[in-house]
Ligand binder design. Structure first.
Ligand SMILES: *Cc1c(COP(=O)(O)O)cnc(C)c1O
Length: 440
């Protein structure tokens, strides 16, 4: 078995109209029907949930043909129709979801996963080999940090971090400090904006560094790749592929799912980039199931509405917090000043400031806890990007396994609260925060 292609089985049979006459349809217009033909499913306006593990071949010859392509024994012929085989390889719901998700990032291909961590781990395993070095921004999501620092070393992969807030200079310094080992860098993994500080990493600069390292160390067989965890702003407000990233990774649990009722992940990029990642997904079994895919299709129909509403609400909330006497600092992309070097990165790389805010109250952990405990409408919970506003305490919750000196170096202070602004009326969110701050 050479390859197990992620066969896009029923693709030829489905509908992929992307324009009316000369007018290309916008992503939000495509979310309700793209990639789905009601005539294949009794006219049902919504895709049924194909709760099935396996698919019946019409003839033995057909089964043979499907497997030839799935196992890479030969290329798919132009206009050859391929059917479905088994739901670990492909399923109508996941295929339609992948076609729709790819639209937002302008990606050629997409693979969906059982979680954001399944997407990240499968991508790392597909792209890395023993002896490789991963250069990554700091801070990164706790699960990613654990994977990089505690799991990958057992596979001979070393992780080296650079502080997001140090910008391009931080990236360069990490390379200088690596010295001779810089030739082993195989992947630059970037999380931007960083959680919870909203520090930005310049994706184009990371892509330039990857090209330079590839050229300097003549890595023609395995060029240095750039992966971007775009969970915080994407896919509406930041599109990393357009800035030179090779793969985009999502926790679809967050904005894409958006209703705090599903765990899922996704990876996007060119067909060639996705091929080894799909093969690993098939063998590791890290795909998502049809029910999850169906829920995410439901979510994609309102993705723009939800993200736009939350983004607008966050501006009111951030302005309120910035003016409040008990709030000492607000980390919000919409408040970046032109003299801040991050401002230029924001202007070039992001389409909007999103809806994640971190703020610091006067005092420390005790004061932050008093505010969190006094909230009435905003829920005290980790996760983000849902319809409801969520608040949490990074230092003792999401980022608690990071040693305190490291937390402080990253800007995660005991007085910090992270807020994911939802789609409630912003005046209600502000009223809740006001009374909680009064209780501090
Ligand atoms: C939540 C999250 C993840 C992990 O995703 P899961 O769906 O929980 O596995 C990865 N990266 C970021 C930035 C996240 O917020």
């Amino acid at each position: 078995m050479k390859f197990l292609h992620g066969v896009t089985g029923s693709v030829m049979k489905r509908r992929h109209h992307r324009r009316i006459g000369n007018q290309p349809l916008r992503p939000e217009s495509l979310m309700m029907s793209y990639g789905y033909d009601p005539q294949l499913s009794e006219g049902a306006i919504k895709s049924p949930i194909f709760m099935t593990s396996t698919f019946v071949f019409k003839t033995a010859g057909e089964g043979k043909r499907f497997f030839e392509v799935a196992y890479g024994l030969r290329e798919q012929r132009p206009r050859e129709e391929l059917g479905l085989i088994y739901s670990r390889l492909n399923n109508p719901d996941t295929e339609i979801l992948e076609d729709r998700l790819a639209v937002w990032d302008g990606a050629e291909a997409c693979a969906t996963f059982a979680s954001g961590m399944a997407a990240t781990a499968t991508t790392f395993l597909a792209l890395l080999r023993p002896g490789d070095v991963v250069l990554h921004s700091v801070p990164v999501y706790g699960g990613t940090d654990y994977l990089l620092d505690r799991i990958l070393p057992a596979w001979g992969v070393r992780a080296v971090g650079f502080l997001a807030k140090d910008g391009v200079a931080g990236m360069q310094r990490a390379i200088t400090e690596l010295g001779d080992d810089a030739r082993h860098v195989a992947l630059i993994h970037v999380e931007t904006p960083a959680n919870p500080t909203n520090d930005l990493v310049d994706i184009a600069a990371a892509a330039k560094l990857a090209r330079e390292l590839t050229a300097t160390h003549a890595r023609t067989d395995r060029p240095v790749r750039v992966a971007v965890d775009n969970t915080f702003l994407g896919p509406l407000w930041q599109q990393p592929l357009a800035h030179g990233a090779d793969v985009v990774i999502y926790s679809a649990t967050k904005f894409i799912g958006g209703h705090s009722d599903v765990i899922a992940g996704a990876v996007l990029g060119s067909k060639a980039m996705l091929e080894p990642i799909r093969t690993h997904r098939t063998i590791l079994g890290t795909m998502c199931g049809p029910w999850t895919a169906w829920l995410l299709m439901r979510s994609l129909e309102t993705l723009k509405l939800r993200m736009t509403s939350a983004m607008k609400n966050a501006r009111y909330v951030a302005d309120f917090l910035a003016d409040h006497p008990k709030v000492t600092r607000v980390h919000y992309l919409g408040h970046l000043q032109p003299d801040d070097p991050q401002h230029e990165v924001f202007q070039r790389q992001c389409r909007a400031p999103g809806s994640m805010i971190a703020f610091e109250v006067a005092g420390g952990e005790a004061e932050a806890f008093r505010v969190l405990d006094a909230l009435q409408m905003v829920k005290l919970a980790v996760s983000l990007g849902g319809t409801e506003s969520l608040a949490e305490h990074p230092a003792t919750m999401t980022h608690s396994d990071i040693a305190v000196p490291h937390q402080l170096a990253m800007g995660i202070v005991p007085a910090m609260i992270r807020l994911s602004v939802g789609i409630e009326h912003p005046e209600d969110t502000i009223a809740d925060l006001r009374q909680a701050l009064d209780a501090m």
